[in-house]
Write a protein that binds this ligand. Structure first.
Ligand code: PLP
Length: 404
């Protein structure tokens, strides 16, 4: 059982005892891992290590059961209909590549189009570019100056040649929480396009119900939800997965192999070639236990408190230009400071032990949209406190005072 402390989640994370002075504001890039997750992974390796599938001996059977149990947990966590709809992948990037190269390559032909938005992470841009023949097949939904999807523009992009719509649930730069349910129902009414939602920045912050959303694919990464790196999930509707060709081939994904012909296993095995990331799967299961122990309601409450405080403090700094002021936002704040390069902001903050991210955040088209080469970004998770915000604002003001 993963230990959790809803009233003081910070105490669940040993990283802060090793770095008592650390103000960590880069959870959008990766979250820290609670001790319960680390312990579950270490215990598996120390006490139970074995590979999964086809094992006839006890440890292997147990390892297989543990991994399949995590598949069940994920199914429940996102309310998928069937466990066969849950595919273990490396992360959101691999999930999107899988859909692009499997479903996309088989269904997007000459004259067809794929719709994405201007706020996508490179992981939800580049894989689609790889499977189209001409650049006009990729249609990009504009965003407003506040950083919200321009829904009227989205409607003009969808037609009967639209084969895929791939949208982020929450922007990793702007913090915008997109109205994806509304988008999905419009797309369903007006086309037969398949819909992929990139949930990398949503999954640790809000309940996700894939049946209620009615998306075809939903993906996320374990390391952004208090779990380990190297593991993520692709959810896909079962009837679609059944018809999709494999993305990678080799061991574990076959039904029968001969030199003349190979037949493939049914999903999810068809999409899980090779030995899976067993210990990371165990870690992902413990991370879900952790989130469910704290509860998503409590996590949202913490997000809201941190958001309100950070938003007020940041907006009160005259030199600061906040990029992304959508009405519905996650606690992610990207900004520039007049006259100071974002990298200098990051370096100075680091001297005060405040860890923020600077750069293009794997969203170069979005940087271009706002006319900046880079931004500084603060992002929050359940272990952050009002003290962290106070220290970050102090460090930011000191930085501004130093340069201006
Ligand atoms: N999508 C979004 C919105 C992200 O923020 C990220 C990572 O920052 C990704 C996709 C890619 O995730 P990963 O690198 O874990 O595959």
């Amino acid at each position: 059982m993963t230990r959790f402390t809803p009233e003081n989640p910070r105490s669940d994370f040993s990283i802060f005892t090793h770095h008592a002075d650390l103000v960590y504001l880069d959870s959008t890039a990766t979250t820290h891992k609670p001790d319960g997750v680390l312990d579950a992974m270490a215990a598996f390796l120390k006490e139970k290590n074995a590979t999964v599938h086809r094992g006839i001996y006890g440890l292997s059977v147990e390892a297989t059961d543990r991994c399949e149990h995590v598949r069940q947990q994920v199914k429940g966590f996102i309310n998928a209909e069937k466990e066969e709809e849950i595919i273990f992948v490396k992360g959101a990037t691999e999930a999107i590549n899988l859909v692009a190269h499997s479903y996309g390559k088989a269904h997007v032909g000459k004259g067809d189009n794929i719709v994405i938005s201007h706020m996508e992470h490179h992981a939800n841009i580049v894989p689609w570019q790889q499977i189209i023949e001409s650049e006009d097949q990729l249609r990009v939904c504009q965003i407003t100056d506040e950083g919200e999807l321009d829904l009227e523009h989205l409607k003009t992009l969808i037609d009967n040649q639209t084969k895929i719509v791939a949208l982020t649930h929450v922007s990793n730069v702007l913090g915008t929480v997109n109205p994806i349910k509304e988008c999905i129902s419009y797309i369903r009414e007006h086309s037969s396009a398949k819909i992929l939602i990139d949930g990398a920045q949503a999954i640790a912050h809000m309940p996700v119900d894939v049946q209620d959303l009615d998306c075809d694919f939903y993906c996320f990464s374990g390391h952004k939800m208090y779990g380990p790196t190297g593991i993520g999930i692709l959810y896909g509707k079962h009837d679609l997965l059944l018809k999709m060709p494999p993305y990678q081939t080799g061991g574990d994904m076959i039904e029968f192999v001969s030199f003349e012909k190979t037949t493939f296993a049914k999903p999810p095995a068809r999409f899980e070639a090779g030995t899976p990331a067993i210990v990371e799967i165990i870690g992902l299961g413990a991370a879900i236990d952790y989130i469910q122990g704290i509860t998503l309601e409590r996590l949202q409450e913490i997000d809201m408190e941190l958001f309100e405080l950070a938003n007020t403090e940041l907006q009160s700094i005259p030199e600061l230009n906040l990029i992304g002021t959508a009405a519905h936002k996650s606690p992610v704040f990207s900004f520039t400071i007049k006259g100071i390069h974002s990298h200098d902001v990051g370096t100075c903050m680091d001297q005060e032990h405040v860890a923020i991210r600077v750069g293009h955040h794997c969203a170069q088209p979005l940087m271009k949209r706002f006319g900046v080469p880079a931004t500084a970004r603060m992002s929050f998770a359940c272990y952050n406190t009002s003290d962290d915000i106070e220290r970050a604002i102090k460090a930011l003001k000191k930085t501004i005072g130093f340069f201006i």
